[in-house]
Design a protein around this ligand. Structure first.
Ligand code: GRG
Length: 287
């Protein structure tokens, strides 16, 4: 069952991080790194492990830890007062609330470099060419052509005269959320030095469905909590998939994308069931 698979990935990731952090001195920045990498759905780690399994690779812990470290860094920095200014993350005080802003900046920086250390370590793969390919593509996914670009477009949208168009939001989310999801899904093919194309097509559709589902949850979560149909972004006057497509339109777009994602996996036959389940979970999830 998918939920068991996700739990298993989470347990492996938790144990992996515990081992990594045990090597470091007991300083606030290390405690913050352990705190920030704790919890979460571990969807990106699951995608890494499942795409590896499709290619006959059972141990993909290093790239799975790497992507969760980079994801955690992005959340710590996104929560800072100079960005989204959030007090809570995964139901707990954000890193800058629990410690301070300086510690949160360092925690994010150190988690980012940890991600690269993990994919470049010999434990990740015996072949240095594979490790270097993983690191190069991870840098592109996380940096100014990927997630940072998406975040920068999002920040710029806050002061723009006009709300973003649908195409602009798709481009923004393709970087902000899509780039790390794409790298996660492609990682298994990279480890096996195999064709990434079916996984890229899967991840492109999945990343967009994930973001649409996030916008839907933002609205339906607020509706449940406050009895009104607005989300945090829509509240700030920012365009979202829900504000542009309507709630029903957004739901049906996300469902179509999930079907598209599943079709892209046809070359893998039954071996892709874990990734198919992940795609269905993305639009069924409640958090
Ligand atoms: C600071 C460079 C920089 C980038 C931040 C990822 C991001 C960019 C911001 C997070 C804000 C946000 C809520 C984005 C929407 C989608 C998203 C990435 C949600 C969080 O991912 P989940 O749901 O989180 O997989 P968990 O906690 O389950 O790991």
């Amino acid at each position: 069952m998918f939920k068991d698979g996700l739990k298993d990935a989470a347990a492996r990731v938790d144990a992996g991080f515990a081992e990594v952090f045990a090597r470091y001195p007991d300083l606030p920045v290390i405690q913050g790194m352990a705190y920030a990498t704790n919890g979460g759905k571990r969807l990106r780690a699951y995608l890494v492990m499942e795409s590896a399994r499709i290619h006959g690779i059972e141990n993909a812990l290093m790239p799975a830890l790497a992507i969760e470290a980079i994801h955690a860094y992005s959340l710590v920095h996104d929560d800072l007062p100079s960005m989204d200014d959030d007090d809570l993350r995964r139901g707990l005080p954000t890193v800058h609330k629990k410690w301070d802003e300086g510690t949160a900046v360092l925690v994010g920086d150190a988690l980012q470099t940890l991600g690269f250390e993990l994919v470049l370590s010999p434990e990740c793969h015996a072949d240095p060419a594979v490790r270097s390919d993983l690191a190069l593509t991870l840098a592109r996914a996380a940096g100014a052509q990927g997630m940072v670009l998406g975040q920068a477009l999002d920040i710029a949208a806050e002061t723009a005269d006009q709300p973003l168009t649908l195409d602009e939001i798709i481009a923004l989310q393709n970087g902000k959320t899509g780039a790390l999801i794409r790298w996660s899904a492609e990682a298994g093919a990279r480890l096996a030095q195999a064709d990434t194309a079916p996984l890229t097509a899967y991840a492109d559709a999945l990343g967009l469905a994930f973001q649409i589902a996030d916008d839907i949850l933002d609205v339906t979560g607020d509706e449940a909590a406050m009895g009104k149909a607005v989300g945090k972004d829509a509240d700030r006057g920012k365009a979202t998939f829900v504000s542009l497509l309507g709630l029903d339109g957004a739901k049906s777009r996300a469902e179509n994308l999930v079907e598209q994602a599943c079709e892209a996996l046809s070359p893998y036959g039954n071996k892709a069931q874990g990734l198919i389940d992940a795609a269905r979970f993305v639009i069924a999830r409640q958090t």
